[in-house]
Ligand binder design. Sequence first.
Ligand SMILES: [Zn+2]
Length: 82
Amino acid sequence: MYNQWEHYQIMDGIAIAVVFRNKGNEHIRVCPFCRGIHHHAVGHSNYPSATHCKNKRGFAEVIAPDGTIMKQIHGYIIREVQ
Ligand SMILES: [Zn+2]
């Protein structure tokens, strides 16, 4: 069972989910794996962060419209947007 998420970035051949955070905000907009809103300290990184999913009910994997699969265990990349 998959949930859908269309944003990802390929790193070392692995598709990493990309999540968004408004600039200056300490919470991401939404997590593709559990649909939660997680706190991450302000600061930009191009490397994946571990997801902060608290429950186990989330999706371990999500899929993009093009068939690319992103796995929760690979974390996500937080991208700041205006
Ligand atoms: Zn989550």
